[in-house]
Design a protein around this ligand. Structure first.
Ligand code: GLC
Length: 560
């Protein structure tokens, strides 16, 4: 197979236009500002941008409540500014993914306004209604503590409407053929304006059956194939990256047995167990999560991430595991959210300890899949726990030591810039870090560059190497006649590990370190005896650096 599937070896960067750069001085970011920062993103080595919702919206849920799918919210600019942005990104070799939020609309959307006002409205059936309050109205709440119910009474319609999320986000009746046609139209529209695909919001809910009689939603997986086919007919190399926090046993239902559904999904299973591994210095549950999520069609890919714009959801861990993550990374109630997660940013969770931050990132970059970074994490930005819910980790990007961190000329940014304490923009910002060769920013740039030169991670088969110490994770990838090997020490004490590369033949005797001069030669017993400092990570090429001379054009049989 020719390696044309760009998402297999991409580096994705997730940002919200609102928080990135304010060019018009109104205190919130906009497309013009973002376009001016494209050179920064290109310099960092980002290949793909994922933009959170920027369409017209009351923005009561950060834009995940859309009131016009075919427009840019006037606060961020115009469709013209959007096209300037996608054009600028394309000129710099970056692809753009945007959020596709079609499980629900805003209650201000004209479709909902029409649906509630008139029983004969063509949009009435675009939403999900009940005459009486359904008995399970308090089940399946997504934001416990904030959201009270999944059914609310609408005074105008004099009926109950279904909302999986907040009450201002009425669910679309996604089983309705007209709604389905509209979703395709939305995808077609933005594709025409230069996007390379979509991060699809809340996929299990979009395809789940909805209605007052539905006790347990049943996913209509065929819908995924329709979406994907339409998109690929329009633009062959477009993809959908699905947000589906589901159990591994349904992964293949989302990817499709033949890879005919979603090209990518976020790996929530690995994400949660990775945080447990970091908290407890115990990789065993992580390895199990990796094995459970290993089977996938060859064209499918995982999105690997640490933090995103939501809380770190720990709902899939056992109570004990969750407790140990809370204890390590979010001990105070105010750091936790929705009874299941932590709302902090990565750097403060790891106490700003560079060794631990690098370790976490090194893991993210070398676990099977395509890495997805969160804006500001490349600087080690912090959070503002004084802000409500998930807003605490959505503060403006910190560009410089200038007022408001160089984010805006306004003295009243809509979301305040972090300006106090060790994470204040005075200390943590791009301008200062650019000048410092050892900064987090320059470290990130180097690791991104190296990650792109190790396509084995995105494309290859992998094997977790047996080591006795649960604090050590050793993974080898094989692809096209080459192998790479990664070793991580998750504990706060030095460790020595005896490793066998698992490869037959002489080449496994030499490990070339890709990041330092600290290479390894096998001892007489054939094993590599690697000394690892606390929180250390090693990136090795097996055999030597002539790998590009040795790379084959086709898959070679398993090497072990
Ligand atoms: C997804 C988004 C989240 C949003 C919700 C409702 O979970 O990631 O931010 O609030 O969907 O659209």
């Amino acid at each position: 197979m020719i390696n044309d599937l760009w998402y297999k070896n991409a580096v994705v960067y997730c940002l919200s236009v609102e928080s990135y750069m304010d060019a018009n001085g109104d205190g919130r970011g906009d497309f013009e500002g973002l376009t001016r920062r494209l050179d920064y993103l290109q310099g960092l080595g980002i290949t793909t941008l994922w933009l959170m919702p920027f369409q017209t919206s009351p923005r009561r849920d950060h834009g995940y409540d859309v009131s016009d799918y075919y427009n840019v919210d006037a606060r961020f600019g115009t469709l013209g500014d959007f096209v300037e942005f996608t054009h600028g990104a394309e000129q710099r070799g970056m692809r753009v993914l945007i959020d596709l939020v079609v499980n629900h609309t805003s209650d201000q959307h004209p479709w909902f306004q029409s649906a509630r006002a008139d029983a004969d409205s063509p949009y009435r059936d675009w939403y999900v209604w009940a005459d009486e309050q359904p008995p399970d109205a308090v089940d399946g709440i997504v934001f416990p503590g904030v959201q009270k119910s999944t059914w609310s009474f609408d005074k105008k319609a004099r009926r109950w409407y279904f909302h999986r999320f907040y009450d201002f986000q009425p669910d679309l009746n996604t089983a309705h053929p007209m709604v389905q046609a509209e979703i395709l139209k939305i995808m077609g529209f933005w594709t025409q304006l230069g996007v390379a695909g979509f991060r699809m919001d809340a996929v299990p809910f979009v395809i789940g059956t909805k209605g007052p009689q539905v006790r347990k939603p049943v996913e209509q997986f065929d819908m995924l194939r329709d979406l994907r086919e339409f998109l690929q007919w329009r633009q062959g190399d477009s993809i959908i990256l699905a947000e589906a926090n589901v159990l591994p046993k349904t992964d293949l239902d989302y990817f499709g047995d033949e890879g005919e559904r979603m090209q990518m999904m976020f790996n929530f299973q690995v994400n949660q167990h990775l945080f447990y591994a970091l908290a407890a210095a115990d990789c065993r549950p992580l390895v199990k999560a990796m094995k459970q999520t290993k089977p996938r069609p060859s064209t499918a890919q995982w999105g690997t991430f640490l933090r995103n714009h939501d809380e770190l959801d720990l709902g899939r861990l056992t109570d004990e595991q969750r407790e140990s993550v809370f204890k390590a990374f979010g001990p105070e109630k105010n750091m936790q959210l929705y009874d299941r997660g932590i709302r902090r940013r990565l750097a403060p969770m790891l106490e700003g300890d560079r060794r631990r931050i690098e370790l976490a990132y090194s893991l993210m970059f070398t676990l099977p899949g395509t890495p997805v970074l969160r804006y500001g994490d490349e600087l080690g930005m912090g959070d503002d726990l004084g802000l409500p819910e998930r807003v605490c980790a959505r503060t403006p990007m910190q560009w410089s030591t200038e007022p408001q961190g160089g984010f805006t000329t306004s003295d009243k940014p809509v979301v305040p810039v972090i300006s106090e304490g060790p994470y204040g923009y005075q200390h943590v910002n791009a301008a200062v870090q650019r000048r410092d060769p050892n900064s987090m920013l320059n470290w990130t740039e180097r690791i991104v560059r190296m990650r792109k030169e190790v396509p084995e991670i995105g494309w290859g088969e992998y094997e977790v190497l047996p080591v006795r110490d649960p604090a050590i994770l050793a993974v080898r990838y094989d692809w096209r006649n080459n192998s790479v090997l990664f070793v991580h020490n998750l504990s706060d004490t030095p460790r020595e590990v005896a490793l066998s590369t698992g490869l037959a033949g002489p080449e496994g005797r030499v490990l070339i370190n890709l990041l330092t001069e600290n290479h390894s030669n096998a001892a007489e017993d054939g094993k590599h005896h690697v000394l690892l400092e606390a929180y250390a990570y090693r990136w090795y090429r097996v055999g030597g650096l002539d790998y590009l001379l040795k790379r084959s054009d086709i898959e070679t049989p398993a090497r072990a």
